[in-house]
Design a binder for this molecule. Structure first.
Ligand code: ADP
Ligand code: MG
Length: 652
């Protein structure tokens, strides 16, 4: 007698159910997707005990016809595809008519469904795949499915279930992703009677993100919208200041489905590289539309993994688009000028007169003081208007060749703003020449011939900059097509040096070198403990030391970069940081701290006068960095006052 036997249908179902139903969250996903496929507007999900006791999904979709209600539970019974080719152009979420059959084989399932063209609902109950009850009942249009006693007949699988919290967190992750993918539908999720989530279903992605992921994330979103030959990207990226320690908030949707894909995650992370700390993950809600031919969603029936057939192209497009969007969209801290409505009318009239502050400056010395304080209080309307009243009108004598000015072909305003701005810078300098920088200052005035520097080669929000001057010996003023920018010279140089050091440090020929005179560092007991704890990481970044007894260590070898710097300070600072951190840091994080410290220490300070040449070089170098807008500690490098703000402030 042969040994090969046909498994009973029920057992076969249980086995293949394993592919689909790993845990309660997989059931929730299947049921939600069925509701979406049925055209529901509202989907309500109720969970008890992490899904072990109860999973109930109710929708207001088109419902199931009474005649179909039993066949919905047959394996490979589906209303969604007719033959194999349909699988490759699959737009519905269901797969192969397996979900309901699989759920029915491992749990007790009850379904109440009323088709949109019927006045009555049918209620059906199955256990272990067998129908145990079926009758007509009254109900609204739509479908409700209740799953109880999950894995009652497969104890091994039941045992694999994790704690209620873990199982529910899987469920909530899935509901969150589905709700985000379908912002035109309203989702409500309850756990043990408590409402956990409720989305408006108004079709606005941002509102949905707000409802699901909270206000902090919603307020820090940068829209992304990029179309390429192969793919279209939309959705939101989160500002790099906001990160997570895991990939939990990297959400990808391919052709509307939430998916997991290593390639897309990597592409986004590469784009965020250096904008966020090592070990942190960005927050993104990225919708990827590609021709279905380029994706295979059927890699695994339950896990939402997809495979792209032209992965390199997809990787590059995503990386570039994310990078560009991050750089372009509002990375500068914006300042808003207060609008004082009372004086608006007056200011409008006065502004018509083409006031030229440079004339004010050179011909009316008494006004000089006012002009200086005016910069500090540029938001104070009254101040502005009093100055405008007393100033005379001679703009044209200062006007320059408008061909130099990008984007100004249609009006004069920008030129005027430019003139005003340039005088802000130079007045300030003039004022400061009371102090030591007299000579530099004169020189700057002479040099000030309105030269424009193109930023076309660097990927910046701005396309050019024009240097206007240094103020308070600390900040550089520039005009760009984005507005008037005030750059913190210290933070700017910190950014430049950090990237330079980072590149040097990670270049192949960055070796460690022995110190001729080893540096002795005395540590507290706590610090000694820290050094012990991080011994491997410290050596990994190229610092070699030996124990000198009595909580003293002897630094013998340091990376070349540190060699001629104050090794002691840098290492002491690093240890202090580690002691303060309170949590484990990787070698990469320690290295970052060290380089930040080094960059900070080596940078020009506030209060140091710079020549025009130095300033321009600094600004050029800044724009060549990966992120000119933030210093390595994420403080802003520059603030921007847009032309609109200036004009609004001036009542134009
Ligand atoms: P699939 O979704 O792959 O078709 P399922 O086992 O999930 O397979 O569902 C089987 C069939 O039951 C579906 O094709 C659909 O016709 C019907 N169905 C399931 N859930 C619903 C629902 N919530 N609303 C309307 N019809 C449904
Ligand atoms: Mg389905």
């Amino acid at each position: 007698m042969g040994v090969i036997k046909q498994l009973p249908q029920n057992v076969a179902n249980q086995i293949s159910a394993g592919e689909v139903i790993e845990r309660p969250a997989s059931i929730v996903k299947e049921l939600i997707e069925n509701s979406i496929d049925a055209g529901a507007k509202n989907i309500e999900i109720k969970i008890e005990d992490g899904g072990r006791d109860l999973i109930r999904v109710k929708d207001d979709g088109h419902g199931i016809e009474a005649d179909d209600i039993e066949s919905a539970f047959n394996r490979y019974a589906t209303s969604k595809i007719e033959d194999i080719d349909d699988l490759y152009s699959l737009y519905s979420l269901g797969f192969r008519g397996e979900a309901l059959a699989s759920i029915a084989s491992v749990a007790e399932i009850e379904m109440i469904s009323r088709h949109q063209e019927s006045d009555q609902a049918v209620k059906i109950k199955l256990k272990g795949g067998e129908i145990i009850n079926k009758k007509p009942v009254g109900s609204t249009i739509g479908t409700e499915i209740i799953v109880r006693d999950l894995f009652y007949n497969t104890p091994a699988r039941y045992k694999y279930l994790k704690t209620t919290t873990t199982e529910f967190s899987h469920i909530s992750k899935i509901v969150s992703a589905e709700a985000t993918a379908n912002s035109d539908l309203s989702f409500k999720l309850y756990h043990d009677g408590r409402q956990i989530l409720s989305t408006p279903g108004n079709g606005k992605l941002k509102d949905t993100i707000y409802a699901v992921y909270g206000s902090e994330i919603a307020e820090n979103l940068i829209p992304i919208d990029v179309e390429d030959r192969y793919i279209k990207l939309s959705g939101y990226l989160c500002r790099p200041e906001l990160t997570r320690s895991s990939r939990s908030h990297e959400l990808f949707f391919v052709n509307g489905r939430p998916i997991f894909n290593n390639l897309t995650a990597k592409a986004v992370e590469t784009a965020y590289n250096k904008l966020i700390d090592p070990g942190r993950r960005p927050i993104v809600f990225l919708f990827i539309k590609v021709n279905p031919i380029l994706v295979d969603v059927n890699v695994h029936p339950a896990k939402r993994e997809v495979k792209f057939s032209r992965s390199q192209i997809i990787f590059d497009v995503i990386k570039k688009a994310v990078r560009k969007t991050l750089k372009k969209n509002d990375p500068t801290t914006r300042i808003k000028l207060e609008q004082n409505n009372d004086s608006n009318e007056v200011n409008k009239e006065e502004a018509e007169e083409n006031i030229d502050r440079s004339q004010l400056f050179s011909e009316n010395n008494d006004q000089r003081k006012d002009n200086k304080s005016e910069l500090q209080k540029s938001e104070t309307k009254n101040q502005l208007s009093s100055e405008q009243k007393s100033s005379n009108n001679n703009y044209n004598s200062q006007s320059r060749n408008s061909n130099n000015y990008r984007g100004s072909s249609s009006d004069n305003h920008s030129k005027k703003d430019y003139q005003k701005n340039i005088n802000y810078g130079s007045q300030e300098k003039q004022h400061n020449n009371i102090s030591e920088s007299k000579k530099d200052f004169k020189q700057i005035i002479e040099e000030n011939e309105n030269q424009e520097y193109s930023l076309a080669e660097v990927e910046a929000e701005e396309s050019y900059f024009k240097f206007l001057g240094q103020i308070f010996n600390s900040y550089l003023l520039i005009e760009t097509d984005q507005g008037l920018k005030i750059i913190d010279q210290h933070n700017a140089q910190e950014r430049i040096l950090y990237e330079k050091f980072y590149a040097e440090f990670n270049s192949k020929d960055q070796a460690s070198q022995s110190l001729l005179l080893p540096v002795k560092i005395e540590l507290s007991a706590e610090e000694r403990e820290i050094v012990r704890q991080y011994e491997d990481e410290i050596r990994e970044i190229g610092i070699d030391f030996s124990d000198f007894g009595n909580n003293t260590i002897l630094i013998q070898e340091v990376p070349v970069l540190l060699k001629d710097k104050s090794t002691r300070n840098i290492i002491e600072e690093m240890i202090a940081e580690l002691a303060e951190a309170g949590k484990a840091k990787s070698a990469a994080e320690i290295q970052k701290t060290m380089l930040e410290y080094l960059a900070c220490r080596s940078s020009i300070k506030a209060g140091q006068p710079l020549t025009k040449k130095e300033s321009i070089q600094l600004i050029k170098d800044l724009y060549k960095t990966e992120n000119p807008y933030r210093c390595p500690h994420s403080r802003p490098v520059m603030i921007n006052i847009s032309r609109e703000e200036i004009e609004k402030g001036l009542g134009r």
